[in-house]
Design a protein around this ligand. Sequence first.
Ligand code: URA
Length: 196
Amino acid sequence: MASKTEQLDKLNGFMSECSKCALRAGCTRVVPGEGSAEAEIMFIGEGPGKKEDELGRPFVGAAGKFLDEMLAIIKLKREQVYIANVVKCRPPGNRDPLPEEVAECWPWLVEQIKIIDPKLIVTLGRHSMERFLPNQKISEVHGKAMRREIPEIGKRVFYTLYHPAAALYNGSMREVLIKDFRRILRVLEKIKKESL
Ligand code: URA
């Protein structure tokens, strides 16, 4: 049986050759995700921006810097978690991904989640939340852990956060996001004690 890292490497190879939707033709690089294949926490954002598209890595622009800062607050390094996106190719001009693009890319995310098998999935922003927890308002569910059964990936615990980019220039949202972020490890501990 191949290790999780080997399985992810193989998956990344397939992803880099994907052209199932039109996004691939308009982007520079596929951004599969990065981090530890053994991660207990998986962060899922929306899609690559300009910098991510240039470097082929997730969350390496301004929002990524803020994400790194918040990880540092809870004493985690990027290498200890896994960071991915709902769509792996940059939507032109950073527009929102279209439902059909999210749908085409979904099997890749399913495979990533199945391989990593994280204990906690942290959604970053509305688009990521909606893929797992439809019909919710992020203003109502941010900072709350929810266990849900999703057909392709089984029962999982989700923790919803505002997107770091949305909080960059909004002081009060930034405070809320940091406050929610600080609870991540407590949520993880609860999951491990099976009290969530
Ligand atoms: N925003 C996202 O949602 N994902 C990235 O990778 C970068 C910015």
